[in-house]
Ligand binder design. Structure first.
Ligand code: ADP
Length: 358
């Protein structure tokens, strides 16, 4: 996909002197059970355009528009042929619509793409707590979802926590499991065979008041409104990030919060002094830090954070692992204020660590 899109955008840039280049990504269809989608990506430009008779030929190997200025545009005439082939191999298509002098639009259609129910962490920015800061107390939750991968993803999210995850593959099973296990909270998919999430929730709520969070990939207002009207205690939109999941659960389950923001002298705990000594010994990161604060360049700050994360992971300096991860998360979300605070705290943290070995 990257190959195709890079190629299309490259062409659009090359053949457009004035005007615009637009890349539009559109979800055309969300499949049953919501773990597959059809997407259409179009790359549109206001460039020189392609005559009708040339439009089918440009997808052939080594084909370029006739009389094209080779010195100005260069190229090999291979890009579109390869792109089309890749699109076909993925079960999709690549087509063009174009008017000479007005511009072109290349349309890439891909069907049945798998989408994960869990989202990459870095998308989050405005949540109250980072999931690493939430320490749940012992609890049992039920995940009702007919898609095995979805249940596994949620289950894995609680891997190193005290939360035990029970599974159900449809609404009926969810009702039965609720009767047999001391469930503290339910994550309920909406669309399931046999008995859907709405009905199961209604029935469960008749006999007990376990918090039930709806899980839905729907972006339809209708469905969201329906969820809000029903007796759900909350809802999460798929793909769900670990941060969203933990923050939503923290509204209902007991937890202790680990301090993750501004470090205070006493907070820094080091599991093993020998690790720390080795770590500090190997630490030649100071110049990187100096660069990071002097240049104010996110790339350099990210480099500093990555090196620090790698080192602190290798030497199991948990506090710094968490610090560098938080810094990387803030860089991903362009949270400039937090980046500055974190960078500003770094010398204090290091001073504190140095004292621990002396
Ligand atoms: P290359 O760009 O290396 O020549 P491609 O296979 O990517 O090879 O493109 C083939 C030809 O299709 C180009 O040489 C050009 O004539 C035409 N073409 C591709 N994209 C555009 C575009 N966005 N606008 C106008 N012509 C294009």
């Amino acid at each position: 996909m990257k190959e195709i899109i890079t190629n299309l955008i490259g062409n659009a840039l090359k053949f457009t002197d004035v005007g615009f280049i637009k890349v539009i990504v559109d979800v055309h269809r969300v499949h049953k059970h919501l773990s597959k989608i059809d997407i259409v990506i179009s790359v549109q430009d206001s460039g020189i355009g392609i005559p009708k008779e040339a439009q089918s030929k440009i997808f052939n190997m080594f084909e370029q528009q006739e009389n094209q200025d080779a010195r100005k545009y260069g190229g090999t005439g291979l890009g579109l042929a390869i792109s089309k082939k890749l699109a076909t191999l993925m079960g999709g298509s690549l087509d063009v619509q174009s008017d000479v002098g007005k511009g072109s639009v290349f349309i890439l259609k891909l069907n049945h793409l798998d989408i994960a129910s869990m989202q990459n962490e870095t998308v989050q920015s405005d949540l109250a707590l980072n999931h690493t800061a939430i320490n749940f107390e012992k609890a049992m939750i039920l995940v009702a979802d007919d898609v095995d991968q979805n249940r596994q993803l949620i289950k894995e999210s609680f891997d190193s926590t005290l939360i035990e995850v029970i599974e159900a593959v449809n609404g009926q099973e969810a009702i039965e499991k609720t009767k047999t296990y001391p469930i503290d909270l339910i994550l309920m998919d909406i669309r399931m065979p046999i008995l859907d999430g709405y009905s199961a929730t209604r029935i469960i709520k008749e006999s007990c008041d376990i918090p039930i969070i709806a899980l839905t990939a729907s972006i339809m207002l209708e469905e969201l409104t329906k969820i809000k009207e029903q007796r759900f205690d909350g809802y999460l939109r798929k793909p769900v990030s670990k941060n969203e999941l933990f923050n939503e659960l923290a509204k209902f389950l007991k937890y202790t919060a680990k301090l993750s923001e501004a470090p205070h002298e006493e907070v820094i705990e080091v599991d093993n002094a020998a690790d720390l000594k080795n770590f500090l010994h190997e630490l030649d990161i100071e110049p990187l830090y100096q660069d990071a604060i002097a240049q104010n360049d996110l790339k350099i700050i990210a480099q500093f954070a990555s090196v620090l994360r790698e080192l602190s992971t290798r030497h199991t300096i948990t506090y710094l692992q968490q610090y560098s991860q938080t810094l990387l998360d803030k860089i991903d979300t362009f949270d400039i204020a937090q980046i500055e605070t974190l960078l500003h705290d770094y010398p204090k943290i290091m001073k504190n660590l140095m004292q621990k070995v002396h």
